[in-house]
Design a protein around this ligand. Structure first.
Ligand code: ATP
Ligand code: MG
Length: 687
């Protein structure tokens, strides 16, 4: 069908349009869009995908990689809306076909299942989240005797962090230790031994951790025949937020599209904020060089998001950065509402201030959802969460604690995982030990019985549980056999919940609210076609926590967004509050020292500021609470304004103190000047 006019591209500026139409009619060569915040990179990407589809590309052969599952689904609905302007009703069916949209990890998991048999992997593998991985690392560590003999051996979390960094940075252990974990340098040999055993354990148990999803994918691409087959499945590969990919991810892209044909990457080097996860800003800077300068590079310089005063302040902050490719942006949105720099006494006052301001804005018609509160570390929002709860203001928190982190949710998912993969020891131990009378040794024996049997469920049936567990064991065996042999989705989850409920009541006092979470989980499950897809998605990108305990958001309500700056990437709100804009938080006092780390903190502040469309408040408490690190313990510290806002920049902000000096703390009016002895008066009442 002929395209009726191309009005759907008319909202784009010339550069955006060039990026959207790049390579049209021929095989598109590699394309890089590199530009500052709010310049329409993501919007351009969505238009490009829509345009490709409108021009006849097969959506099933488009691979779209974004930073989160949420970003992927937003991208898909944007593509659909854009395409609908030309294709009308047909757009929905076409964008349905855009199933290869998600994070690198999620896409990796799917491809690995597809190609499992070709690469010697059992397709029933299960995926460990970071906590499971740390548990397995710990198990292996104990088996090697590394924790017993030497109490100063790095903790399980540190071991996992080191392992993960080595894998993602594609570097040797020693330089990684020297650069990022200097206090572990004496342990290099033991760590190598540990990591080798950890890899063996994962393979024996048929589990993959997060890093494996990239590592196996990259290794798979190392086989030329598979790489070619894999690359041939996709006509177009598009990646958003490319500045935050690591070497492994770049190597995957290059293996899939060695000549860059059909490859589009989009990003902003000034927003690179994930080097602690081995993200490599050189990926984006070196992109053109990989293709012998054949790549098309599009830069965008107009910002459509923020007012000029907000942009000027953000530009000033990033202007001091030591290295930067993208240039300053301009905007046509002029405003006199300068970004505010608000001094408050402490974090409690900060919470009060934010809650007041949010409500005031809502009175003026700015929905809660159009406002966001951003912070450097997940725990910084604690006092605010308490204040919001006290005032009954609903919120959703992105980053930090997730729905999945709740013990009861993990228990239930572990049952499903164990049913999916009987070799997954971390899941098996977690599940069996829920049963009274089953400890680690009985669980270990049960697992051995399962391994010996041809069919694991039968092995479990023949295992003789200890007498103490006699009452509860048969119920578990029945559940497990049912999940293995008569699995039906999503009914499986309900079966697990019914089995789990008595245990829940025994273990937790607040069983009622936790049960409600599990019912929510069933609602989420209903949206999935299979147990395996559900488990994979939830493990890779769990729903965020909300104000009503740990449940996922009810999407029809209005709620305030609380988010770490990292999780706020790519998003925008009418009104943005940044908590703790003080030295020690931004930059984090964990980063103080190394120049690279300080530079990354500056970019973080830039990311936070550029999320705001109309109104931006940076708040600086004079004192703030520091959670115990090393020997220093929890304490209050006196803070000063973040070093990234220097004296000359102050004219770009409206500086205020809150509460205004005329009122006392907490906005109360001054104490009345009277003295009476109420105690005496009370005693007198009975005399
Ligand atoms: P970030 O770096 O933060 O990810 P970005 O470069 O991806 O930002 P977008 O989120 O795509 O920017 O766009 C920012 C805002 O500008 C969005 O509200 C988008 O709808 C709007 N926008 C982008 N391009 C145009 C345009 N040509 N005309 C009008 N609005 C636009
Ligand atoms: Mg974007």
């Amino acid at each position: 069908t002929p395209v009726e006019g191309e009005g759907y591209l008319s909202s784009l500026n010339a550069e955006q349009r060039a990026a959207v139409e790049h390579g049209e009619g021929a095989v598109a060569g590699p394309l890089l869009v590199i530009a500052g915040a709010g310049s329409g990179k993501t919007n351009t990407l969505a238009h490009r995908v829509a345009h490709l589809i409108v021009k006849g590309a097969d959506p099933r052969r488009i691979l779209l990689m974004t930073f989160s599952r949420r970003a992927a689904s937003e991208m898909r609905s944007r593509v659909e809306r854009i395409a609908a302007r030309v294709l009308g009703d047909k757009a929905a069916a076409l964008t349905e076909g855009l199933t290869w949209a998600g994070t690198f990890h999620a896409v990796g998991a799917r491809l690995l299942r597809d190609y499992a048999l070709e690469i010697g992997l059992d397709p029933a593998f299960t995926i460990h989240d970071r906590e499971d991985s740390a548990d397995l690392m710990n198990l292996v560590r104990h088996e090697l005797g590394l924790s017993k003999t030497e109490s100063r051996f790095p903790a399980k979390g540190t071991c996992l962090a080191i392992y993960s960094r080595v894998v993602n940075a594609q570097d040797e252990l020693e330089p990684i230790l020297a650069k990022s974990f200097p206090w572990c340098m004496g342990w290099a040999e033991e760590l190598k031994q540990l990591f080798a055993a950890y890899v063996d354990a994962k393979q024996a148990q048929n589990v993959l951790d997060y890093d494996d999803l990239l590592l196996w994918w990259a290794q798979m691409c190392g086989e030329a025949a598979i790489a070619e087959h894999l690359g041939g499945r996709f006509d177009h590969i598009l990646v958003d937020e490319y500045q935050d990919t690591n070497r492994l991810q770049a190597s995957i892209l290059l293996a899939l599209k060695p000549d860059g044909a059909g490859l589009t990457v989009v990003g902003d080097d000034a927003q690179s904020i994930y080097s602690f996860r081995a993200a490599e800003v050189r990926n984006i800077l070196d992109f053109p060089g990989h293709f012998a300068e054949l790549a098309r590079v599009v830069t965008l310089d107009r910002n459509y998001r923020s007012t000029d005063v907000i942009l000027a302040a953000a530009n000033a902050v990033i202007g001091e950065a030591s290295e930067r490719f993208t240039k300053n942006l301009w905007t046509e949105r002029s405003s006199r509402d300068l970004p505010r720099l608000v001094t408050v006494r402490d974090e409690a006052e900060q919470a009060n201030y934010v809650a007041d301001q949010v409500l005031e804005a809502r009175e003026e018609g700015v929905a809660l959802k159009a406002q966001a509160v951003l912070f450097r570390a997940a725990h910084h929002s604690g006092p605010l969460e308490i204040e919001l709860t006290r005032r009954n203001m609903p919120f959703v928190k992105f980053g930090g604690l997730k729905f999945l982190d709740a013990a009861h949710v993990k228990d239930v998912l572990a049952v499903l995982r164990f049913a999916e993969n009987p070799k997954d020891r971390v899941a098996a131990f977690r599940v069996m030990q829920l049963i009274p009378g089953i400890g680690p040794s009985a669980a270990g024996h049960a697992l051995e019985a399962m391994e010996r049997a041809l069919d694991p469920a039968l092995g479990l049936q023949f295992f003789k549980a200890p007498a103490r567990a006699e009452a509860d064991w048969p119920g578990f065996v029945e559940l497990y056999s049912g999940l293995r042999t008569k699995s039906s989705w999503p009914a499986d989850l309900e079966r697990v919940r019914l089995w789990y409920e008595p245990h829940l009541e025994r273990i937790h006092e607040d069983a009622g609210t936790r049960r409600a979470d599990l019912l929510q989980l069933e609602q989420i499950a209903a949206g999935y076609s299979s147990r395996e897809r559900f488990l994979t998605d939830l493990t890779l990108d769990p729903p965020d926590a909300t104000s009503d305990e740990a449940g996922p958001p009810h999407l029809d309500e209005d709620y305030l967004i609380l988010s770490t700056i990292h999780s706020a990437k790519g998003q925008e709100w009418t009104k943005v509050f940044v908590l703790n804009a003080v030295d020690g938080c931004i930059p984090s006092d964990l980063a103080v020292g190394e120049r690279d780390e300080i530079e990354e903190e500056r970019r973080l502040l830039y990311v936070a500021m550029t999320r705001a469309k109309d109104s931006l408040h940076l708040i600086t408490p004079q004192r703030f609470f520091v959670h115990g690190q090393a020997a220093r313990g929890d304490r209050h510290v006196y803070a000063s304004r973040t070093r990234f806002i220097t004296e000359p920049m102050l004219e770009r902000f409206a500086q205020t103190a809150w509460p205004p000096p005329s009122q006392g703390a907490s906005g109360r009016s001054p104490q009345p000047n009277i003295r009476v002895d109420l105690k005496a008066k009370m005693r007198g009442m009975w005399r």
